[in-house]
Design a protein around this ligand. Structure first.
Ligand SMILES: Cc1cc2nc3c(=O)[nH]c(=O)nc-3n(C[C@H](O)[C@H](O)[C@H](O)COP(=O)(O)O)c2cc1C
Length: 200
């Protein structure tokens, strides 16, 4: 099935081109490419420039790889096993200011870290790679196995890879690779106050 994405209003084409493929072909990711993804994430905006994002990564084929892959739920492991790198994205939930011993909450730690995730994903696309966010992972086990302290939240994992050739995919796999669409803009915006249709 062929589905193409169209925006209702003109946007930068790279926003429509970014997507989350599931079927990767094993490819070696060079360190400078991986570092460029983290670099893009590093330049994301955050409240008071708090930069609460942290990245734990493993490249496929290294001794760290099985530990990160093993944190994903089974369905995600199946396709992510062919990705080139996995990242566990953390956010720092509180921080100590220079003039105080008491840590203050970073209220927008998740939001800020979400911005970093998207910068990373867009940079991946720009560099000819793809990034796929994975919420289906065992966060508690990630905390234990990666030794994540209490003042950090385990957000998501991210698989980085090169798309598999369509010819190598089964009909069912091809079906899962159809680009996702979006709700119409009119369902998402309201001028001035909460839209009645947003109430369930
Ligand atoms: C926070 C988050 C968690 C996600 N978790 C999963 C996941 O566990 N497994 C999966 O296959 N895709 C996962 N996805 C991918 C979404 O299904 C995908 O982004 C969405 O369908 C939109 O498609 P697109 O990214 O291709 O535009 C996740 C995406 C986000 C942003």
């Amino acid at each position: 099935m062929s589905v193409s994405r169209h925006s209702e209003h003109a946007v930068a084409p790279f926003l429509l081109a970014r997507r989350s493929p599931r079927y990767f072909q094993q490819a070696l990711i060079e360190e400078h490419v991986l570092l460029s993804l983290f670099e893009a994430a590093r330049w994301a905006p955050s409240a008071s420039n708090s930069q609460p994002w942290r990245f734990i990564y493993a490249r496929n084929g290294t001794p760290h790889w099985p530990r990160l892959l093993g944190l994903l739920n089974e369905k995600n492991q199946v396709w992510a096993a062919n990705s080139s790198a996995l990242i566990v994205l953390l956010s720092k939930t509180r921080q100590r200011k220079a003039d105080s011993d008491t840590p203050t909450p970073l209220r927008t730690h998740s939001l800020d870290t979400g911005a970093a995730w998207l910068s990373l994903a867009l940079q991946a696309e720009y560099a000819g790679w793809h990034a796929h966010a994975i919420g289906g992972l065992d966060r508690e086990r990630a905390r234990t196995e990666l030794e994540v302290p209490d003042d950090y939240q385990v957000e998501i994992a991210i698989a980085i890879g090169q798309k598999a050739e369509p010819a190598s995919l089964s009909a069912e796999e091809l079906e899962r690779e159809v680009p996702t669409l979006r709700a119409p803009l009119e369902a998402l915006i309201a001028e001035g106050s909460f839209a009645p249709q947003w109430r369930e």
